[in-house]
Ligand binder design. Structure first.
Ligand SMILES: [Zn+2]
Length: 153
């Protein structure tokens, strides 16, 4: 199930232009769809607790909305542990591996800045600016390095 949680489209991209094309096509798909409508150690959750957490979002990642299952989902702290969030059922929402790992331990404000930066950067790509292409190229280089590292491990 973990592989399904990864961004499948990005794995096919090898150039910045390709990434920009993907960003455009994903926006088009969305438009079409819219038109139609460190401290305490974490104790492990029981299967019943995991099931209840998963039901909070009808088996969807609370960040990206991808379908997730009981064995593959991550219990994501709503209030991060590093900012005082408890390790209990009421402070968890289900997420996919990708969203959980990118969310890392960022506080809400940091996440909002990251989200805004990402949205702004995507806007640069959609407007076909030089900066958008430069960012896309650098991002794809970075992603390819990460992929190589994963393959060699
Ligand atoms: Zn997700």
């Amino acid at each position: 199930m973990r592989k399904k949680c990864e961004l499948q489209f990005l794995r096919t991209i090898k150039t910045g232009k390709g990434l920009m094309k993907l960003v455009h096509s994903l926006r088009k798909i969305r438009w079409k769809a819219n038109g139609r409508f460190k401290g305490k150690k974490r104790s492990s959750l029981s299967k019943a607790q995991r099931q209840r957490i998963l039901e909070k979002t009808n088996s969807r990642c609370h960040v990206c909305g991808i379908k997730i299952d009981l064995d593959g989902f991550h219990a994501d702290h709503v209030k991060t542990h590093s900012s005082g969030g408890a390790h209990n059922e009421s402070n968890y929402l289900p997420s996919c591996q990708t969203c959980n790992s990118y969310r890392w331990h960022f506080a809400s404000e940091e996440l909002q800045i990251i989200l805004k930066l990402g949205v702004w950067t995507k806007g640069q790509m959609l407007r076909d600016t030089e900066l958008g292409l430069q960012i896309a190229n650098e991002f794809v280089k970075h992603e390819m390095k990460v992929r190589k590292r994963r393959v060699s491990q």
